[in-house]
Design a binder for this molecule. Structure first.
Ligand code: ADP
Ligand code: MG
Length: 262
């Protein structure tokens, strides 16, 4: 029996003005897994997310969601409605609205800002908003303006806004960028807690963070998968050391807390 993947990219290519940003890319995601994607700047990580979400169309290759949904035929909106949510690097929240309202505006089934605000909130919607705020650790901040949150809190709010849409797949681009160590650690716990209920792809540079959350790591280089494995496996892979870790081992291999705890 062939395994079933929730998301699959196979033989994907994308050239921008003669530059091959994505080169015969294969990626297979199991339902509920938390996958970390690392790779040097320009490796094609964000472009890969652009292709999954329909922002960029691949020149060739398969991009499939579930058993038989061909994502290359759908637009960004349709792909989002299927349950593929994406968080960009910089948080985009409604700064003049409260944290609570931000989640409200994002609720599954809400029809945009204006209609959400003029419609009455049902009890089940209210419960759902509180549940999301609890999940992202912002319950105590429900009534403050989103603009007054710290950078890290804004990132969590935006993750909450995605969760409000109950996505099957969550794509998160460099969530720890600009965060304090404490915020980074909390973000790691949040993402670990979301895995299983959602399939999560995290693009990340911060290796401490990668160590905290990673089960399976995919290393991208020149638009192609260089290798895949545990953090220890990829950090000790000669090809990775050469292209990504600067030709020398940065860290002695040791037990990975996240893996040991799993
Ligand atoms: P990463 O996220 O791994 O740093 P990107 O996916 O952003 O890398 O970029 C990969 C390469 O593709 C870069 O050289 C970038 O300049 C190029 N690229 C990405 N998107 C576009 C685009 N829309 N138009 C032209 N070039 C692009
Ligand atoms: Mg990027």
């Amino acid at each position: 029996m062939t395994p079933e993947f929730i998301l699959m990219l196979e033989g994907v290519n994308k050239t921008f003005d003669g530059f091959k940003a994505i080169n015969d890319l294969n990626l297979y995601l199991d339902k509920g897994e938390l996958r970390v994607v690392i790779g040097p700047n320009g490796a094609g990580k964000s472009t890969m997310l652009d292709i999954i979400t329909g922002r960029t169309r691949p020149d060739t290759g398969k991009v499939e969601f579930g058993k038989d949904t061909d994502l290359t035929r759908l637009n960004e909106y349709q792909i989002n409605r299927l349950g593929i949510g994406r968080k960009f690097q910089t948080p985009s929240v409604y700064t003049d609205h409260t944290v609570f309202e931000n989640i409200w505006l994002s609720l599954e089934g809400s029809r945009g800002l204006w209609q959400a605000l003029v419609s009455r909130l049902t009890t089940s919607q209210r419960d759902r908003i509180h549940e999301v705020l609890q999940t992202v650790g912002l319950a105590a901040r429900a009534d403050v303006k989103a603009g007054s949150l710290s950078h890290g809190q804004k990132q969590w709010l935006e993750i909450g806004m995605l969760l409000a849409q109950n996505p099957k797949v969550l794509l998160v681009d460099e969530p720890a960028a600009g965060m304090t160590d404490e915020e980074t650690a909390k973000t790691g716990e949040l993402l670990i807690g979301l895995a299983g209920k959602h399939t999560i792809v995290v693009i990340e540079h911060d290796m401490v963070f990668v160590r905290q959350i990673a089960r399976k790591v995919t290393v991208l280089h020149q638009g192609h998968v260089l290798c895949e494995g545990t953090v220890d496996q990829v950090q000790n892979d000669e090809r990775v050391i050469e292209v990504y870790l600067g030709r020398k081992k940065k860290e002695k291999p040791g037990p990975t807390p996240a893996l040991a705890a799993h």
